[in-house]
Design a protein around this ligand. Sequence first.
Ligand SMILES: *[C@@H]1O[C@H](CO)[C@@H](O)[C@H](O)[C@H]1NC(C)=O
Ligand SMILES: *[C@@H]1O[C@H](CO)[C@@H](O)[C@H](O)[C@H]1NC(C)=O
Ligand SMILES: *[C@@H]1O[C@H](CO)[C@@H](O)[C@H](O)[C@H]1NC(C)=O
Ligand SMILES: *[C@@H]1O[C@H](CO)[C@@H](O)[C@H](O)[C@H]1NC(C)=O
Ligand SMILES: *[C@@H]1O[C@H](CO)[C@@H](O)[C@H](O)[C@H]1NC(C)=O
Length: 656
Amino acid sequence: MERIVWISSLLLLLGFATGLGVTRSVDATANERILSSIKRHMNDSADPCEDFQNYATGKFHEVNKKEDWEITQDAIRDSYIGKLQSVLDLLKDRLFVDEFSVEEKVWRFYNTCLTAPEGTSRIRRFLELVPPGENLTWPPLVAQGSQWPKQQFQWLETLANLRLYALENPLIFFEIRADFYSSNKFSLALSKPDLYKLSNVSEVEDLLKRTGVGPRRAVYLARSIIQLDSDLNGPTGVDTFYTFTLEDVQSRTNLQMGKYLQTVFGHSFENSTSVYVSNMEYFEQIDGVVRKYDSEVVASYLMIQFVRFLLFLDGNGPEKKPAQCAAAVASQMELASDLLYENHYLGQGKREEYSREVQRIFEAVSRTLMARLEENRMHLTDDEVNFLQQKLLAKTLKVGYLPDGVNHRRFVTNFYDDLELDTHPDFARAQLSVLRHRQRRFLDKFNGPVAKGTDYLYFSGYISDNVPGIWFDDSHNIIVMPYNMLLEPYFAPESHDVFKMSLLGFYLARTMMKSFLPGDLPFDSVGNYGGYLNEFKERQSYVDGLACLNSTARSKDLHYRSGDVVSLGLVYETFFGGNSVFNQDQPAFADVPLKKLFLLNVAQLFSFTQEYQDEVQMDSDKLRLSQAVSNLPAFCEIFNCPDTAPLNPPRKCEMW
Ligand SMILES: *[C@@H]1O[C@H](CO)[C@@H](O)[C@H](O)[C@H]1NC(C)=O
Ligand SMILES: *[C@@H]1O[C@H](CO)[C@@H](O)[C@H](O)[C@H]1NC(C)=O
Ligand SMILES: *[C@@H]1O[C@H](CO)[C@@H](O)[C@H](O)[C@H]1NC(C)=O
Ligand SMILES: *[C@@H]1O[C@H](CO)[C@@H](O)[C@H](O)[C@H]1NC(C)=O
Ligand SMILES: *[C@@H]1O[C@H](CO)[C@@H](O)[C@H](O)[C@H]1NC(C)=O
């Protein structure tokens, strides 16, 4: 089976790193605001046919320096967090009649973040509260003069303890997801972790010192930790999931996975429980590698991974500003945040109105893709075309995280029902309570049925960093549009369709196309894997398409590039094509021709000027945008590009 790329939502999100500064002015209409920010980002001295990113967004960084925005996502992130913060600040003056209310819990977390003594936010405080095992503390926390009782340390038990706070990663990447072949039940899947590789010795050294390790010991430990990490990254097998029984896994790997699962879930598992494992070779060597190292090194390795995880969370920066504390609420109590945001900003029918608007865009793009499937440029069989059309027809778009079919307040109140937060201000304690509660709720899902349809809840084990994005859940065939995406410049309800269809429309199309890339293609309309198109990667029509895309510039991920190229073609055709339902008259507010405006606004998604880091196998925004526009035949007509222009290759690649 193709490796199913669940971290790709994260990558996708990084891919849409961009920025748009919107000057709020009472008189300006949404159209004028958006137009003026597009114009301010343009670099008129650049040649659009040579470097469209520079032409369309070359001044982005200059214009948004003051706000410290590197990408458009930063702008809407700040806008969302700012709005949430206003709500939280209002809670201050409220008398809480009910201490069990969602507002009271959110307020306690927010207020603890703001007012708790600094000492309660220290890393050592967190480590005190989350020991590596029963009756065991972390090595740097041992009282002076005593020895750390290394014989009591069992790394797999520690890993399980850390998992209770949502640390997903080190050594074993362990996922709970809808079963690949039967998406109405959950299953367990193990794979090699592939993020957060440790490579910077001085970073590890600094972190060790923060936990209280002496400078000389820190040098030794940091080197050993890096060595351990790199030893583990040695052998790599195939990234394909196969089923094993728990007993098989244990005997092949010599890892007590049953005990691990028991600690994580709080109940025992049968030896016959089936588990998906990819890259068994990796798991088979873990025990041997870890045994080569002193227990203190292994404990420090896990400790450092936990510390990095904590420091990455919103709210854990050195300064506790209201915006940072609001960001902590948004990322760690996201369902409560959704409820508060909805109550304050999406009342009076706005939520329904916005949903209808987004749905309209989604359906327009869907219709174009449906017609494309009918044309069958990929030379699929009738059954395959039918399979994909069914899948597209069944694809739904959901706005907000909470289930559509239930009363949101009641749902959220029940969700946080057993979260208890002290009034005593201790930040580490409060945050760990929130994380542990959140993770418990997530793990509890495993015991119940998979919530479908109007019961569907978007809730993942992964804690978001608040970077707004549109998510696709392949096991449910659902696209989720969080509330933080329904903000200017992505979405202004009263703005012209040219803006909605270009920015949000492109992003939606790109998210839809995710399920048409080879890895996700075999998932059917209800999210089950198999049946059709498992070997799509090897199909001649697809191979030819990729070869064409590969002919002008190399790519770190050609599949990903194909998604960009097809998506731009799709939204452009939806708006300007023969079957368009959109008004194409030149709007009175704009002196820029409509087609130019459309492409300039799409480009706002691609203003990031740096390369993505190595672990994110994605081309730079500049290259992605160049490839998307240079394969759009209309681009060169609109910008009058000569035949010799870099963005006017003689052959435009076509797929789908
Ligand atoms: C605008 O484009 C010109 C020509 O490519 C370039 O020299 C200049 O640095 C760009 N300005 C900014 C602010 O990037
Ligand atoms: C931890 O300490 C308590 C009290 O000293 C003892 O009863 C218990 O057995 C210990 N647990 C382990 C796992 O050593
Ligand atoms: C390594 O970490 C140190 C300290 O945290 C940091 O200053 C430095 O920029 C990092 N180096 C790299 C290459 O990331
Ligand atoms: C599960 O398998 C292990 C050996 O892998 C064995 O020691 C244990 O007794 C088995 N448990 C049950 C409940 O059969
Ligand atoms: C893309 O082109 C490079 C050479 O420029 C080649 O090494 C690579 O195999 C090509 N990839 C595909 C998928 O065609």
